[in-house]
Design a protein. Structure first.
Length: 329
């Protein structure tokens, strides 16, 4: 094994810069993963734009990438329940390189049935959506509304809600052309918010509103989720693709006695992220193994085509994940 590797670096400009860097050595509590595939997330673009950075010094160069799949290659001290050769998928800064370091608690087992590309497309969405459902108090036979359902995370939200026992999953999108994709992953009904009133459509379908709403869009559409959620129901804002600002009606909030939550992993402590990953073992990983939850990959790019992958995400035309496949040698 060589001592250096080619990695995609952020912090040098509006695009990733390919540089030779040292292969990292795992410290206490860390494992080193031989990365086979890595997914591109919206946060990766925010880091290129300079509007988000997971480290305090935004001027520093850093190995980019947040989501990956591969084999455990080396283990540091104080690591439990992991061995060299384990197939894992997880979340850690530095995924866009042949080798990445990660807290051993921030990976989950990658089932043998998954390709590396599919495995890399899952960990962020699985952790995000399961955590949102849990925070929202999801229970068996509840109806779930997923707003922004054709986002890569939303597609997993639809599947997880269905797999975990929702009575009805309603998926909201802005495109009729994506309705078939949503139904193929388990949506019972698809609502097009570009041509339909969200609240009217959902209350008509459910007879009063969804028990739980997962909102991945934000913006003004977030305010519309209040009337689309039943009296005493819960709204969880997961994403803000349409912006972080919304004007809400406090009367709707109060009279409908709604519980409204916001969530993000960007400010979670390592222990909190570890808890979210550990929670996937019981219900979520078996659902993936059984095929009840599957990766939706829009397109896979070679590592050397990383700029094209970023441009594809910027185009906002993808339905599902965009993945970089690492060289085999």
């Amino acid at each position: 094994m060589t001592s250096t590797m080619r990695a995609l670096m952020g912090g040098a400009g509006p695009e990733w810069d390919v540089r030779d860097v040292g292969v990292p050595t795992p410290g206490p509590g860390q494992i080193r993963v031989r990365v086979r595939a890595a997914a591109v997330n919206r946060a990766d673009l925010y880091m290129l734009q300079g509007t988000y950075h997971p480290r305090a010094k935004t001027s520093d160069l850093f190995t980019a990438g947040l989501e990956f799949a591969g084999e455990v290659d080396a283990i540091g001290t104080d690591v439990r329940h992991r061995a060299v050769g384990d197939r894992v998928m997880g979340v850690a800064l530095g995924a866009f390189a042949p080798y990445a370091l990660v807290d051993h608690r921030h990976v989950i087992t990658a089932p043998e049935c998954l390709s590396w590309t599919d495995a890399a497309a899952l960990p962020v969405a699985l952790a995000t959506e399961h955590d949102a459902l849990t925070q929202g108090g999801f229970g068996l036979k509840q109806s779930v509304l997923v707003v922004g359902a054709t986002s890569s995370v939303g597609l997993i939200g639809v599947q997880l809600a269905k797999a975990l026992g929702a009575s009805q999953v309603i998926a909201a999108t802005t495109s009729d052309s994506k309705a078939d994709a949503l139904k193929s992953v388990g949506a019972n009904v698809v609502v097009n918010t570009a041509s339909e009133n969200l609240a009217e459509a959902v209350t008509g379908i459910t007879g009063g509103g969804a028990d739980l709403t997962l909102d991945h869009v934000g913006g003004q559409l977030f305010a519309d989720t209040f009337l689309a959620t039943r009296v005493g129901g819960t709204v969880v804002n997961v994403g803000r693709l349409a912006g972080a600002e919304s004007t809400i009606d406090l009367n709707q909030l109060s009279f409908r006695r709604l519980r409204v939550l916001g969530t993000t992993f960007s400010v979670r402590t390592p222990d909190e992220l570890a808890d979210a990953c550990a929670a996937l073992a019981t219900d979520v990983v078996p659902a993936v193994e059984e095929g009840r939850v599957r990766a939706v990959v829009d397109r896979a790019f070679a590592f050397d085509d990383a700029k094209a992958a970023a441009d594809h995400m910027r185009s906002n035309t993808a339905t599902g994940k965009i993945v970089l496949e690492m060289p085999t040698s």
